[in-house]
Design a protein around this ligand. Structure first.
Ligand code: ADP
Length: 462
């Protein structure tokens, strides 16, 4: 900015100086031309009074006069200029003057003084315009040079003032613009180096302020990501350690024959089998979740009939419901429109929800309902189980989240089921909602949108 300003300032200064100097000299040239023309008229007159007043005028106007012959020799002189200095008389000028044209130029004498020289031929009244003498008028440029120099000083001074002003302006601009940007650069470097607590102060409501806000949000997100990753790994190792401890302990008991009866041995072997199944489930769930997080899961999206899928899931779960002495009621909407989704994944979601309902319900019934309108297809799974405390509901879909850790384990849960279900529902454009009352029951609503073209497809199917 300063360089740009300096270039503009110098360019402007030189232009003003040139304009002013040229104007001054052209004014001076015009004035002395008129004066010389006036002197020439007086000189061409035969009257004595005119000749006398010519000297007086020249003296008064502070100019020197040199009369020359057509050969270029000085015939008369008046004024303060050194009479022996004839350096300003040039042959080609003399020719030009006697051919009827005047000359005007600046001349520097041997002492270094500058003069404006105007030369003009003196016409003779009796010789029909042919002249045999000419007049040179020498006017010192000292006054003009002095006034130009003072203007130049003024220009330099004001240029310097403007430069200082620009310097101040640039400094303020640097404070307002560059400093926050440099601060942001430092902060982002710190964040990149892992210092995720770094935050930037938001001082303004403009673009700079919103950029600082965005950097803060980025740091917060990274922090949250790091925390959840750490928590995730801590959870995994914890989840793996528990079944492995059981496996190791009971296998040792069986191996070292620390049981008293065959029944006791079978009980220990059952535990070993249960724990192995749980471990397998956990590993499968983790693998599934990891694939989803990396975006590597591939869904086969096609037009599916959710009623059929719910029917199939209910069939698969019936034995488990009966086994636990519960009732399973299913209400279908046979006119439900087709939706776009992955059939197998959809069944996995419904089975998972029914499985949870069975697991967390000790007595009563489980109801599954499918309703639809022109906008959406909704599957509701309701149970009369233990329920979920209200304050726990927001965290229900987080990985490894369990309402009651020991009870979930006792029910064989991994804490990943709902997290997986929610991700799968999201991937298929659906939504899951939960409402629950402790001791009364829990209700999950899963909704999928119906798109325009689906209705047409359904008609075709019918
Ligand atoms: P888990 O494998 O432990 O069941 P989920 O992710 O499926 O894990 O569920 C998370 C937690 O939500 C469970 O530990 C349980 O406490 C609670 N939960 C889920 N479904 C129900 C339900 N139908 N009734 C009561 N609690 C439930």
């Amino acid at each position: 900015m300063i360089s740009l300003f300096l270039i503009v300032l110098v360019f402007l200064g030189v232009t003003i100086d040139r304009m002013f100097t040229n104007f001054h000299y052209s004014e001076m040239r015009n004035n002395y031309y008129e004066m010389t023309a006036h002197f020439v008229t007086m000189a061409s007159s035969k009257e004595l009074a005119a000749e006398q007043s010519l000297d007086a005028f020249a003296d008064f106007s502070e100019v020197s006069m040199f009369f020359i012959s057509s050969q270029g020799e000085v015939t008369a002189h008046s004024g303060s200029h050194d009479p022996t200095d004839h350096s300003f008389i040039r042959e080609k000028d003399v020719e030009q003057i006697f051919s009827g044209q005047s000359v005007s130029f600046t001349h520097t004498d041997p002492d270094g003084n500058r003069y404006l020289v105007t030369g003009m031929a003196i016409p003779r009244e009796d010789s029909k315009g042919v002249s045999d003498s000419a007049l040179y008028v020498l006017a010192s440029t000292q006054h003009a040079d002095e006034s130009i120099a003072s203007i130049r000083r003024l220009l330099i001074l004001s240029g310097f003032g403007a430069f200082l002003l620009a310097l101040g302006f640039v400094w303020i601009a640097a404070q307002v613009l560059s400093r926050p940007l440099l601060q942001m650069q430092r902060a982002t470097r710190k964040i990149a180096a892992g210092n995720l607590q770094t935050r930037l102060p938001i001082r303004s409501n403009d673009e700079i302020g919103s950029l600082a806000g965005a950097i803060n949000d980025l740091a917060k997100d990274l922090q949250r990501y790091q925390d959840t990753r750490q928590e995730f790994f801590a959870n995994i190792s914890h989840e793996l350690r528990t079944p492995i401890t059981y496996l190791e302990g009971y296998a040792k008991v069986v191996k070292e024959k620390l049981y008293t009866s065959e029944e006791e041995k079978d009980k220990y072997l059952d535990i070993i089998q249960e724990e192995a199944v749980r471990l397998q489930r956990l590993v499968n769930d983790l693998f599934e979740l990891a694939k989803m997080e990396e975006g590597k899961i591939s869904l086969t999206l096609e037009w599916i009939d959710l009623t059929e899928i719910v029917r199939s899931a209910v069939r698969k779960m019936e034995w488990r419901v009966k086994e636990k002495g519960l009732k399973l009621l299913a209400n279908y909407d046979s006119n439900a429109p087709l939706i776009q989704g992955d059939g197998l994944r959809m069944e996995q979601i419904i089975i998972n929800m029914l499985d949870n309902a069975v697991r967390y319900t000790e007595s009563g019934k489980i109801t599954i309902t499918l309703r639809s309108d022109h906008k959406q297809v909704k599957v509701t799974i309701e149970d009369t189980g233990i329920g979920i405390p209200e304050e726990e509901i927001p965290y229900l879909f987080e990985r490894f989240y369990r309402v009651e850790k020991s009870r979930s384990r006792q029910h064989g849960g991994t804490g990943l089921g709902l997290a997986i279900a929610k991700k799968l529902i999201d991937l298929q454009g659906g939504e899951i909602r939960v409402s629950s009352t402790v001791g009364v029951g829990t209700r999950f609503d899963i909704c999928f949108p119906v798109r325009e073209s689906m209705g047409e497809d359904h008609d075709e199917k019918d």
